[in-house]
Ligand binder design. Structure first.
Ligand code: ZN
Length: 184
């Protein structure tokens, strides 16, 4: 089922999401819907709060990105960053912040402990595009958006677009939810 994406000014995007205690049929169904919604919106990562569920769950699939064709889709539950190193700058965007891009500096490598779609504990090292998307999506679980981290020189540039989104003006090619209170 394609779920609508919550947009920028929505309170759910600012909450700290709750850990999952396990994977039952409801969570399995949500994971399936998250992949479907992400592909429908041509995204490469999606966190549960972006589709209205304040849970520490995210999906990603970077196989449509050049040089990452062999990467498998990933389900990440209750992620915990064990270590980071290096630093790199990359332009980011977000399905919850349509039409806005900006350069963000993040660690280039991270060691991550998480649970997979069978709730089995995994530890992995991630860099390049998967490492970047993971950090962006883990931010969502803590109520942080990439626009909070955008390099200073880009901040003024995006402010107008953010104000438009906050006032309910959203141009997206996929279903979205705009908080009702922001429309009046
Ligand atoms: Zn995002």
């Amino acid at each position: 089922m394609i779920l609508p994406i919550n947009i920028y000014s929505d309170d759910i995007l600012r909450q700290r999401a709750k850990p999952l205690k396990g994977v039952d049929s409801a969570v399995e169904k949500l994971i399936g819907s998250m992949f479907e919604s992400m592909y429908n919106a041509s995204g490469i990562g999606l966190a549960a709060p972006q589709v209205g569920h304040s849970l520490r769950l995210l999906v990603l699939d970077v196989s449509c990105v050049k040089n990452y064709e062999g990467e498998k889709p990933m389900v990440v539950i209750n992620p915990h960053i064990l270590a980071v190193s290096g630093s790199s700058e990359m332009e980011e965007g977000c399905l919850s912040v349509p039409g806005v891009q900006g350069d963000v500096v993040r660690p280039s490598v991270l060691t991550l402990k998480y649970r997979n779609e069978r709730f089995e504990e995994q530890v992995g090292e991630f860099s390049g595009m998967p490492g970047r998307v993971l950090q962006h999506e883990i931010d969502h679980l803590d109520g942080t958006l990439f626009v909070d981290r955008v390099q200073k020189r880009d901040r003024r540039k995006i402010q107008k677009e953010l104000s438009a989104l906050a006032s309910g003006i959203v141009n997206a090619s996929y279903p979205v939810v705009v908080p009702v209170s922001k429309l009046y």
